[in-house]
Write a protein that binds this ligand. Sequence first.
Ligand code: NAD
Length: 506
Amino acid sequence: MTQSNVIQDVTETLARLGVRAERFSNGSLPARSPISGEIVARVPECTVQQASEAIEKAHLAFMAWRAVPAPKRGELVRLLGEELRAAREDLGRLVTLEAGKILSEGQGEVQEMIDICDYAVGLSRQLCGLTIASERPDHRLMENWHPLGVVGVISAFNFPVAVWSWNAALALVCGNPVVWKPSEKTPLTAIAVQTLFERAAAKFGGVPEGLSTLLIGGRAVGEVLVDHPRVPLVSATGSTQMGRTVAPKLAARFARSILELGGNNGAIVAPTADMNLALRAIAFGAMGTAGQRCTSLRRLFVHTAVYEDCVARLKKVYDSVAIGDPRRQDVLIGPLVDKQSYQTMQQSLEQAVAIGGKVLGGTRVQPELGDDAYYVRPALVEVNSQDDVVRRETFAPILYVMRYENLQDAIHLHNEVPQGLSSCIFTNDLREAEYFLSALGSDCGIANVNIGPSGAEIGGAFGGEKETGGGREAGSDCWKGYMRRATNTINYGTRLPLAQGVKFDI
Ligand code: NAD
């Protein structure tokens, strides 16, 4: 495909999705496609003043939406899921065009949106409270869950649409409006999602204005969301550096946060591992999405008994994996998002060499696809120790490989990094598997056995510990983060016994 094909592809895909041209033309924010590096659209940005007004409007929407019964709110999310089903192919293609993911991953991301909508529809009839045994006679003690208020969502470029849906589907059934500040690198997919939401809202009828709002812009617009007193919860996904700025501001005004920040995910390959299975999982985990997933595999600990075999076979895969235009069916690795990402990757590789690392790959390929398009062969780096460069997240396809002799040492090293998102072990030894999942094992929010660290399902809670931020999104009981809990005591008797036997007779 030539460069102009990318622009045409973007324009045609947006048209099929029903996005009006004025939403992506003549604006101040250039939207690039990493496929060719070209500017493919110019999106109008929101000012700080407009962002603030939009949040006030969302608050008014909250006053109305909280009174709508939850199962009825679920109906809106069901309609959104229908729109997403119908648009799966086109929205998935737009994710590919804007974020550079291969087509099946772009569509997989939209499938994830559909899955969380389905989940939220069911949840809308199960926002269950609790009845608790009261210590006092003729008393009932219970818990109720109520809508919280405007939910702010700040998202990263690498999951440009799924992250919004994890938050929005739950927030909406929980009775909350959503105000979304997507990554400035991926405004087009956000505009397309907002268009689909508007279509679902029109079918639903009577949705309060401002129930779902999009704020296109950079950091300054995100800061409005973080600082605004009408926003009791901000779910922020991005780098740990972003979280470090955002978290204290939210804490200072006692707002809640769901922080989904950087990861530095590890895998252990034990002597009994099924090597064929492990290699496939490692390849997808480390090279998939060009290493640009928060859950990408970045550190590999291989037992010395299987080290030579494992690394030799991995090298073959790294040498031969197909890299190129992510719209091609045979391609498994698309581009890095931009030049900065490429430069950061090169700096990390230089540091790895400086500490004696043996680097395979990491070089730029496919230069004919565009001067400003950054395709790289994923890098496999053998290192002897877990130095600084290994301990930090480089958001690119670099896999550091280390040798280990006993499992406790491997787990110690595995946990000896500031991040705590995802982890896994490949073993057929039940004791090792259980140990890895135990309190003495992995310290991550996600710990797997015989599957890689990336590609989570929406049914479980997603998130991680330490510098990953501690937030949890998606399934399990994450919905509670989007509601406020009220404890109620009802006295249906004629006396007034005080708790703990306190006497206060007047
Ligand atoms: P980034 O931190 O550069 O930007 C993320 C978002 O935060 C953007 O929308 C940006 O505009 C906004 N932002 C930045 N500073 C802000 C501030 N001070 N106030 C308000 N908003 C601000 O991240 P990125 O490069 O887009 O994404 C890659 C990073 O995201 C990686 O570190 C990756 O691990 C992480 N990530 C984490 C998860 C997770 O679930 N843990 C998921 C996806 C990505």
